[in-house]
Design a protein. Structure first.
Length: 311
């Protein structure tokens, strides 16, 4: 019987740094990425998750430019749009890679809602920048007219910031389980999922962004995955990253990972959420998480590279 893995692919798998975010470039990047992932399908059933930050940002820019013609959609609807478009692209790239090897599998992309707590502290302290840059005057006008919270972003202008609440429940988890039982490769929880709250049993979308890796860890826990894999831009997790005394890590215990987090080794804007997500999965399931580069996936699965987080 195959093991079950949740594989969270990073932004480089969708759009390489420095390349224009065209559909052609995204298909090219995903074709390469899915070529690596195909290699693990002999041993693993797979659920693929993915980021969508740049893609949602691009939609917000398009909608801002066309706002006098068509009213902009809220962020939860834009999340759904990118789940659909990226799910289609990933599924097609994967199916074509399988066809080149004379293999055939059913693939389904599931538009996924994720429940958050409407009282989450993140709603009182929005921190996640989204959308285009504005001048100070534009930012002040938008804050007045729409109630948006605007913050300066590294001297490049002002951007809207939205909450990033903790994911609590995958609404479509039973659908994902059903598909897996029928030997379907599933794409789910794209971009951290569509954030929704429950009010008297009724779901309602909210203007927020859920961290992709945290949502992926929750999905891995809820579908009882044997392994959680986070694919990113580095081969191994490092201490003192980018410094002369950088130390690449083959393995981390949960206790070590928590200690290094507290020491500031893993910044909130890069490796921090990945380590926190790995800790959540490993502590809850007593199973392993691997963090590595997409191109090194099979070597990492064979224990030859990557960083393993264990209990």
């Amino acid at each position: 019987m195959k093991k079950l893995a949740v594989v969270a692919i990073g932004g480089n798998a969708v759009n390489r740094p420095g390349e224009k975010p065209t559909a052609e470039n995204m298909f090219k990047a995903l074709t390469e990425a899915m070529g690596y992932l195909v290699e693990m399908l002999d041993e693993y059933d797979v659920v693929i998750t993915h980021g969508n930050g740049p893609q949602v940002g691009n939609i917000l820019i398009q909608q801002e430019m066309a706002k006098e013609v068509i009213p902009p959609f809220p962020i939860d609807v834009n999340d759904a749009q990118t789940q659909g478009s990226l799910g289609y692209m990933i599924a097609q790239a994967l199916r074509n890679n399988l066809a080149r090897k004379n293999l055939s599998r059913e693939i389904a992309a599931v538009v996924t809602q994720i429940v958050v707590d409407k009282n989450d502290k993140a709603f009182q302290n929005p921190t996640k920048p989204v959308g285009p840059f504005y001048t100070k005057q534009e930012a002040e006008r938008l804050a007045r007219e729409k109630g948006w919270i605007m913050k300066e972003d590294a001297g490049r202008g002002y951007r809207r910031v939205v909450p990033s609440p903790k994911p609590l429940e995958i609404v479509e988890k039973e659908v994902v389980r059903m598909l897996l039982k029928n030997d379907v490769i599933v794409i789910a929880a794209g971009g951290g999922g569509i954030p929704v709250i429950r009010e008297d049993g009724i779901l309602k979308g909210v203007e927020a962004v859920i961290d992709k890796d945290r949502a992926s860890a929750l999905l891995a826990i809820e579908i009882d995955a044997d392994l959680f894999i986070i694919l990113t831009g580095v081969e191994k997790v490092s201490l003192n990253y980018g410094k002369p005394n950088q130390e690449d890590l083959d393995e981390l215990s949960v206790d070590q990972a928590q200690r290094f987090l507290k020491e500031g080794q893993f910044p909130a804007g890069s490796m921090g959420p990945k380590i926190e997500s790995a800790i959540d999965f490993v502590k809850t399931t007593k199973r392993e998480c691997i963090i590595t580069d997409m191109a090194k996936l099979m070597l990492a699965l064979n224990g030859e590279t990557g960083t393993r987080i264990r209990s």
